[in-house]
Design a binder for this molecule. Structure first.
Ligand code: ATP
Ligand code: MG
Length: 743
């Protein structure tokens, strides 16, 4: 369709357009810094191909997160209408899963295989290990097996390749690890289960051994190419054999080295796809000059770069980023919450909560921030970081749901185990909990039920029914009765509505999840809120599937829902106008007008906690890139914070920030925004600038502002204010009017 095509191209600069139209060879690599429009160009290139008559089902797009895939799909639909539907977009895992669901038998899986999430996988590994008396600590064992899988090393070759997989001190245990690994694989096979690593391995096997399964594909697109692992690269290579391959990436943003990501994939690409085209984009559209400037200084510290980064920004200078320190993490968190409140007010409706993100290196760092946001009544959501549902509540509800719709074998066993424990836990809390005690009841084994079912050749759920009717298996009968009450109520609802969301709602209602969560976490309001959110998100997510239900058969939709829920798509994101809390890692590819990067003390950034205890130069460089990814998410306002007291000791500012020239940021504990700044934001966001904005108390004439900035940069000790003074200052932030007098 020519008019759509013209409109598509009109929204791009000339290099982006070249990349969209490129057709000189069968592969194209687009390299560019953050915000240069890589993802936008990739999307436009897909849309362009569709307007040229390429069929949607001939297009595969691989992104790093489910959210990115959803955004891509939305963009395509917004440009092309219904013509934009039907493109396969997802993470490497979900794309592989889609093909494996279609052709399970080709790789030796039975139909309806189930996916083992990380928790359950760990459980299986532990079980296998206990049979072989393996000395390696459980966590390391799980990691080692996963690493072996991602390096495509089968159990029988593990000993030979042990040096790549185990740490030197664990090398003597390679033999044991191999045995456990082998037993684990056998159990997965006999139980018809695949873990996350298997999804990729079976996918690779499918594309390689049965190329006919992917021969209809004409185009393969990959975003965030810098973070593809060796195995993922092999997948791309196998899938794109006779296709047009387009990959986009930025090696400065490579942050998954610890997951065997391989930044040298670009070189492999050039080898495997001779004549591969190359386009570099050099203009950044996301951030103001002030923000881009700080980010450039940060990444220029990486001495392995061939030259300092040189991209230019199309936007004006904008306000300088802030760099602030606080006595404690609580003071820091309170500042962030108050600053958000102040910004929203000062914007007179121009900024929304959804424009703001708070980023931290580690998940736990956001706890004080959550408390502070809650206490000011600021709505927020926690971005789903990993690809796995890590919240117990969601897994509990899914376990009940799978019993409701009917599962068998290992899946039924795991679900039954989980549900028995949950109802046991709930009732124990209610009736038997010794006053004041927080101890959990011990895990209840369902072995007696398994034996009972085996003797009668019944499925577990039916055996439970039988046992309850006959009052057999005394130690379990109460719990089984409670469990059946939930399953039966929910099943009635499912039969009536044939819909996922109301069925989940009944599960949650009969279990009284809300009350249970409240009781369990009443001392931690943010934790309670987070878990309630998970439950409600899961129900919402079911609703999204129900809405799509007429696209496929009932059962198909239900299974897809279970798959997606296991893989974590769409869960934990919340909807509406909310501040986002995320890790630096999970912020990749996203953008916000306002970003707070918190916890930037030297003990957290670089973080020495993630898996490795030693900060090698390579790890250090990766930590720096991680910070770079986070800071480059900011479009207009960037505030970097850290706190001085750390546990029992004191901390310093991150070494990465110490090297940034002082004139690139302000250390004053209050951002002043001029009318000009707001006008720039309006342009950037495409929003109307309210008349009042920047005029009341926020406004400082340019000279006064410069004088103040100079004064402050001459007296850096200002940041060492006493706690009392800080609190007084913070008090001033809430009302914009009182701000002038506070400095
Ligand atoms: P990252 O490396 O962080 O993933 P990216 O290179 O993928 O960044 P995009 O997310 O595609 O960058 O683009 C950044 C922002 O700039 C987006 O809001 C996008 O819409 C906008 N943008 C990109 N190209 C243009 C353009 N030619 N004109 C106007 N806006 C643009
Ligand atoms: Mg991108």
């Amino acid at each position: 369709d020519p008019p759509i095509r013209a409109a598509l191209l009109a929204n791009l600069n000339s290099k982006q357009r070249d990349a969209v139209l490129f057709s000189h060879s069968t592969a194209l690599l687009i390299q560019a810094g953050p915000g240069a429009g890589k993802t936008r160009t990739l999307t436009a290139r897909i849309a362009h191909q569709l307007t040229m008559g390429v069929q949607p089902d001939a297009v595969i797009a691989m992104t790093f997160t489910n959210k990115a895939a959803e955004e891509l799909q939305e963009r395509l639909v917004s440009v092309l209408g219904d013509g934009g539907k039907g493109v396969t977009a997802g993470t490497f895992h979900s794309v592989c899963l889609r093909f494996l669901r279609r052709y399970p038998d080709r790789v030796g899986l039975r139909p309806n295989f189930a996916i083992l999430d990380a928790d359950d996988a760990e459980h299986y590994v532990t079980e296998s290990a206990s049979r072989f008396d393996c000395q390696l600590p459980r966590r390391q064992l799980v990691t080692a097996i996963s690493k072996a899988k991602s390096l495509q090393v089968p159990p029988e070759y593990l000993v030979g390749k042990a040096a790549e997989i185990l740490s030197p001190s664990h090398l003597p245990m390679a033999g044991q690890v191999a045995v456990v690994y082998g037993a684990y694989q056998n159990r997965l096979k006999s139980d018809n289960l695949v873990d996350f690593d298997d999804l990729l391995l079976y996918g690779l096997k499918l594309y390689r051994d049965h190329p006919e399964t992917v021969e209809h594909i004409r185009h393969v697109f990959v975003d965030e190419f810098q973070d593809t692992s060796g195995l993922q690269y092999a997948l791309i290579n196998a899938m794109a054999k006779d296709c047009m391959l387009t990959v986009v990436g930025d090696s400065d943003q490579s942050i998954y080295g610890w997951r065997q990501a391989d930044a040298t994939n670009a070189r492999k690409l050039m080898n495997d796809f001779p004549g591969c085209g190359f386009v570099a984009l050099d203009t950044t559209y996301r951030s103001t000059e002030s923000i881009t400037n700080v980010c450039k200084h940060l990444i220029a510290q990486d001495l392995s770069r061939p030259s300092p980064p040189s991209f230019s920004t199309v936007h004006g200078r904008g306000p300088l980023p802030l760099l602030l320190s606080f006595p404690t993490d609580i003071a820091e968190a309170n500042f962030v919450a108050q600053e958000i409140d102040r910004l929203i007010r000062a914007s007179h409706g121009m900024l929304k909560y959804g424009d703001i993100a708070v980023l931290a290196r580690r998940n736990v760092q956001r706890d004080p921030v959550e408390r502070a946001l809650l206490s000011l009544g600021i709505p927020y959501k926690v971005a789903a970081g990993s690809s796995v549902i890590d919240k117990k509540e969601a897994k509990d509800m899914l376990a009940f749901f799978s019993l409701v719709i009917g599962v068998d074998g290992a899946v039924e066993r795991m679900a039954m185990q989980r549900c028995v424990n949950l109802v046991h836990h709930i009732s124990w809390k209610e009736y038997e909990r010794p006053s004041g005690s927080k101890r959990r009841p011990p895990r209840k084994s369902i072995n007696a039920l398994i034996t009972y079912a085996g003797q009668r050749k019944l499925g577990l759920l039916n055996a439970a029914r039988d046992a309850v009717a006959k009052k057999a298996i005394s130690q379990l009968v109460g719990d089984l009765r409670a469990l059946l009450r939930v399953v039966d109520s929910a099943r009635e609802e499912f039969e009536r509505t044939k819909a996922i969301s109301p069925t989940l709602a009944v599960v949650s209602e009969v279990l009284d999840m809300d009350a249970f969560i409240h009781r369990e976490h009443s001392d931690k309001p943010h934790e309670e809120r987070r878990r309630l959110q998970v439950v409600h998100d899961l129900i919402d997510m079911g609703g999204a599937f129900d809405a799509r239900a007429n696209e496929g058969g009932d059962h198909e939709i239900v299974r897809r829902f279970l798959d997606m829920a296991t893989m974590g798509s769409g869960v934990g994101r919340g909807s509406g106008d909310l501040v986002t809390l995320a890790t630096l890692h999970s912020s990749k590819g996203l953008e916000w007008p306002v970003v707070f990067a918190i916890g930037l003390e030297d003990s957290e950034m670089p973080s020495s906690i993630h898996g490795h205890s030693e900060l090698t130069p390579a790890r250090l460089a990766e930590e720096r890139r991680t910070l770079y990814v986070g800071l480059t998410r900011a479009a207009m306002i960037l505030e970097m914070t850290w706190h001085r007291k750390h546990g029992v000791g004191a901390s310093q500012m991150s070494r990465f920030l110490r090297q940034i020239p002082k004139d690139c940021y302000i250390e004053r504990k209050h951002l002043r925004l001029r009318r000009e700044d707001w006008i720039l934001f309006g342009k950037l966001l495409g929003r109307q600038v309210p008349d009042k904005v920047g005029l009341d108390g926020e406004y400082l004439p340019e000279e006064a502002r410069r004088a103040e900035e100079e004064e402050i940069s001459e007296k850096p000790e200002r940041k060492e204010l006493e706690p009392e003074v800080l609190i007084a200052l913070h008090g001033g932030f809430v009302g914009a009017k009182s701000v002038k007098s506070s400095n």
